[in-house]
Design a protein around this ligand. Structure first.
Ligand SMILES: *Cc1c(COP(=O)(O)O)cnc(C)c1O
Length: 372
């Protein structure tokens, strides 16, 4: 693993023990012999693919899922044996590498199979993707499914190892659309001449709130492995406690007294109504602290204070209740004394979902791993 020296004090702390505990809790909750597929796409939702993979495997995950061929290759370099499934599209040009590196692909088109290069000799494991209502990728009719099945059987390099689908509304209270998707998927399974080794449908919301029969042979554990609930609805009915793994912190690098009438930042949008202390922290929109987070509170000395003025590319300013020293710790996400700024708080402010928050913290922010 790369050891980089970081001189700027801005960092994301990743609590690998929290991730392990979330996986262990899930393992206890699942039916016996159900595989845990750790979903580590998008650099493990911004937490760091290699370190999260290692923690997840240690805690009981037996497979990995990623979104792209490049993500699969990056992980394969560090983990030669673990099963890796690419959930998304793979170009046929990747087939040979998939075979050599033992990377499992999702397939949903017999045309894709006819376009495979003829010189792939090693077998490639594939999972059929069924579009039961997500409208994204996958076979949409039983005819298409059977056509694809035959193409896989006839192909001299593909091995059918699994079949899966993905739900659009598993995290909502109203389960009418969810039930339609389940029914459709079950019809597809029944239509298959032989059932592949692994049938899987459950994302986090499904495994935590729906019928345990939907665990099938494997569950795809994403967001709650990182300690976040898929939605407010699921958050209120979690079957076990989960622990947030991602926090974000920096330090004061400048402190000044702003006199009444003086302003800070581009556009001079914040003006002191009376004299006050202002601190500068070295984090900005190029780190993922996007400008819409202006006004968001951060923690210093266990207290909440707001970001003031416009967030710059690499820095921003915060209101200070008193003249703290340079080097005083500032927490943007996470716990300080008894105060906490949760990822959900940013998600609410930005009118988005918690999934997006660790993903938007850019690669310039080093991920520092906390182990026991
Ligand atoms: C991202 C993804 C998941 C994981 O979803 P969570 O809600 O994070 O558990 C599962 N399945 C597919 C197909 C995905 O793309």
């Amino acid at each position: 693993m790369m050891t980089l020296q970081h001189y700027r004090p801005t960092r994301a702390l990743i609590n690998l023990e929290a991730i392990k505990e979330n996986v262990r809790q899930l393992k206890k909750f699942l039916q016996p012999n159900v595989h845990i597929v750790a979903v580590v796409k998008a650099n493990a939702y911004g937490h760091g693919d290699i370190q999260v993979t290692e923690a997840a495997i240690e805690a009981g995950a037996t497979m990995l899922a990623v979104a792209t061929p490049d993500e699969a290759l990056h992980i394969r370099d560090f983990f030669p044996d673990i099963e890796i499934l690419i959930l998304g599209y793979t170009p046929v040009s990747f087939a040979k590498v998939a075979a050599e590196k033992n990377i499992t692909l999702s397939v949903y088109s017999s045309d894709w199979i006819t376009r495979l290069p003829t010189d792939v000799i090693q077998p490639i494991k594939v999972h059929i993707k069924v579009d039961s209502g997500m409208g994204r990728i996958g076979v949409t009719s039983i005819d298409e499914l059977l056509d694809l099945y035959q193409s896989i059987e006839k192909s001299n390099c593909l091995i059918l190892d699994g079949i899966f689908t993905h739900f659009a509304t598993a995290d909502e209270e109203d389960d009418s659309y969810f039930t339609k998707q389940v029914d459709k998927f079950k019809k597809f399974i029944d239509a298959l001449p032989t059932k592949p080794r692994i049938v899987h449908v459950a994302n986090t919301a499904t495994m935590l709130t729906k019928d345990s029969t939907l665990q099938f042979d494997a569950v795809r554990f994403g967001i709650s492995m990182y300690g976040l609930a898929p939605s407010p609805y699921v958050k209120n009915r979690l079957p076990f406690p989960i622990k947030e793994a991602f926090s974000l912190e920096t330090e004061l690098v400048a402190v000044k007294l702003l006199h009444k009438g003086e302003s800070v930042g581009y556009g001079a949008t914040f003006t002191a109504e009376e004299s006050m202390y202002v601190g500068t922290i070295p984090i900005g929109y190029a780190d993922g602290l996007i400008r819409r987070l202006g006004g968001q509170e951060v923690l210093i000395d266990g207290k909440r204070v707001p970001i003031i003025g416009r967030i710059c590319m690499d820095q921003c300013m915060i209101a200070l209740p008193t003249a703290y020293n340079i080097g005083e710790k500032v927490t943007l996400l996470g716990l300080q004394n008894k105060e906490e700024i949760a990822i959900d708080e940013w998600a609410t402010k930005l009118e988005t979902i918690n999934y997006e928050i660790p993903c938007i913290i850019t690669a310039r922010v080093p991920r520092i791993y906390l182990k026991k």
